[in-house]
Write a protein of this length. Sequence first.
Length: 345
Amino acid sequence: MDFLGIILWPIRWVIEMILVGWHAVLTFLGMQVDGGLTWVLSIAGVVVIVRSALIPLFVKQIKSQRKMMEIAPEMKKIQDKYRGKRDQLSREAMSRETMALYKKHGTTPVSSCLPLLVQMPVFFSLYYTLYDIKNHAAQGIGGVGLLSAELTQQFNNAKLFGVAPLSETLVDAIQNQPEGWVATTVILVIMVALMIGTQFFTQLQIVSKNLSPEAKTGQAYQMQRIMLYIIPFAMIFSGVFFPLGVVSYWFFNNLWTMCQQFLVIREMPTPGSDADKARAERLARKGKAINSKGKVVPLAEYEAEQQEILRKAEAERAKAPKRQQPMSAKRAKKQQPRPDDAASS
C-alpha cells in the first residue's frame, strides 16, 4: 500500500461501510443484489450521508465566499496603495492591513475553500474504492473494509439498465468495444453531461443572482466568471476517464450541491444582490420583512424598529457638539469688545 493509500485507508473503510449498508437496505427492500440500479442508489446514499455531515461547513463556505466578494473593493484599495512598493516595510504593512481586513469581516481565503478540501479526500477514497473493483474482482479479493470479495464481484458484474457496467469508463468502452458498448457509451455521455450541467448551473446561480453590485466590481467576481466556464470544460476531460460508478457519484454530489445552493441563495442571499431583493419582495407580499438582526418579523414590527433606529440617530446627532464654523481673523477682530463699550458698561 502506497503513502496515499495509507492516508485514505480509514476514509475508504467508512465509505465502504456506508456503501455496503445502503446496499443491504435496498436488497432488503427487494432490489437485486447484483443490480446496477441497486449499486447506483447505494452510491447516492453515500452522497446523502457525506453531504449531510458537511452542511455546517457548506454554510460556512457560502458566508466566507460572500464576505470575500464583499471586501474585494477594499482589498483592491490596499493593493493599489502599495502597488509598486517592494521594500520590506511596505510588504509588511500591506500584510498587516490585509490580515486586519480579514479579521474585521471574519473571513479568510482558506475558509471559503475548506469544504472543498474536506470533500477531496472523500472523493479520492470513493474513486479508488470503485476504480479498484475491477482489479479486485479479477483477483478474487474485496476492499479494505466491509466490501467483501463476494460484494466486489456483485458490483463488478452489475450493469446499469442491464447494459452499462459500473466499472466501465467511456474511454474503455470506445476503445475495447465490449458487448453493448454503444448503449454504455450513450449512458456514460449522458451522465457526464448531467455531471457538467449541474456543476455549471450551481456556479451560475452564484454569479447571476447572489452577488451585490459592489462585489461585481471586484477581481474575485471576474475570477468567478472565468471559473464558470473553465470548471465544466475541465470536467469533460476528467469525466471520460472515470468509471460509471464514479461519474454517478459526481453527478449526485453536484445535484446535492445545486439544490443546497438554491436553498441557501433563496433563504440567505447576499445583501444587495438580486436574490436579496427577490426575497424582500416575497416577504413584503406576506406582510413581513427582515429586521436588523437578520430575522423575519411582521412588517409592523420592522417599521417600528426602523422608527426607533431613526429616533436614536437623531438623539445622538442632537447630543453631539455643534461644529463651529471657521472664522477669519478680520471677523474675529470685529467681534472683540471695544474699550468704549467696556467703559459704558
